[in-house]
Write a protein that binds this ligand. Structure first.
Ligand code: HH2
Length: 279
């Protein structure tokens, strides 16, 4: 059976995994400021784990379009106590950061996964992950959060994203990170128009880089708002539908805010898929 290796954890990929989002930020697009205190963020993480999250993704810097970057010290101050408490409680903790220094602090604090919207392209990031036993999620982003939504352009979005992810996986393997520790993510909303996002979701099955599992992160994103006409806090149902489409096209990890809804939807999905009658 295929597994994702994250530190000493072995996460089965027989069923889709849920990554629950814990944003310790004042300005995240859908939940900024809600879990800014250390205790509120820890409580939220604990609650998401209880609701069925397999991995808790802790972020201390918003990457929403136009977001202001934060310093290493500030990001570390926000995330480290939360990482430590949730890891000490026995959870698989992922650090959502682009900064190698923050990755290192979080790994030392007990995180067993790195989730990087820059796919370890910052100088030193690849080396930090290679020197650990942590899993890594490599995400595609065109340009950077300040500029990415200004004029996204591709020759063929599915092909271009796949080539990028292929190259980043190759760089990881060359640095000594085995494929069992790698996840790829097309990066919905990161330098993509609605048409680009829809093309990627529809054709997700084409994003294959060896046996490396694919993560999908569509939770509360503006493409769901554009389709449903709903505000960020009202996109739970739209998110479930979008993530299930991803699962149908082979996604094995789902990064979501609304864990309970996703867990229930996946329970139904798994029950039908695993029923014995028919094919
Ligand atoms: N999306 C966001 C942040 N990190 N990581 C991966 N692997 N995939 C994603 O799609 C992804 C991500 C943006 O969502 P959120 O964390 O809710 O917002 P913000 O960046 O404003 O904190």
């Amino acid at each position: 059976m295929r597994t994702l290796h994250a530190g000493s954890f072995r996460l089965s990929l027989a069923r889709p995994l849920i990554m629950g989002i814990v944003n310790v930020t004042p300005d995240s697009f859908s939940d900024g400021g809600q879990f800014l205190s250390v205790q509120a963020a820890i409580d939220h993480g604990m609650q998401l784990a209880q609701q069925g999250a397999d991995i808790l993704d802790i972020g201390g810097e918003s990457t929403r379009p136009g977001a202001t970057p934060v310093s290493v010290e500030e990001e570390k101050r926000r995330v480290l106590p939360v990482v430590q408490a949730l890891a000490d409680a026995g959870h698989v903790v992922s650090i959502d950061t682009r900064k190698p220094e923050v990755m290192q602090f979080a790994l030392d604090g007990g995180a067993t996964m790195v989730n990087d919207v820059m796919a370890l392209r910052a100088p030193g990031a690849l080396e930090v992950v290679a020197a650990s036993q942590a899993a890594v999620c490599l995400m595609h982003m065109q340009n950077n959060p300040q500029t990415m939504q200004l004029a996204p352009e591709y020759r063929d979005v599915v092909h271009d994203v796949e080539s990028f992810l292929n190259a980043r996986v190759a760089a990881c393997i060359a640095a000594g990170i085995p494929p069992q520790r790698i996840v790829i993510d097309p990066g919905f909303g990161f330098g993509k128009t609605l048409a680009h996002n829809l093309a990627l979701l529809k054709n997700l099955g084409q994003l294959t880089v060896g046996e490396v599992p694919v993560m999908v992160g569509l939770s509360r994103k503006s493409m769901l708002g554009a389709i449903s006409g709903r505000g960020p806090g009202e996109r739970e149902y739209a998110g479930v539908a979008a993530h299930l489409w991803g699962v149908m096209r082979g996604a094995q990890l789902l990064r979501v805010h609304d864990v309970a809804a996703m867990r229930d939807a996946l329970a139904v999905w798994n029950a039908v898929k695993e029923s014995e009658y028919g094919t």
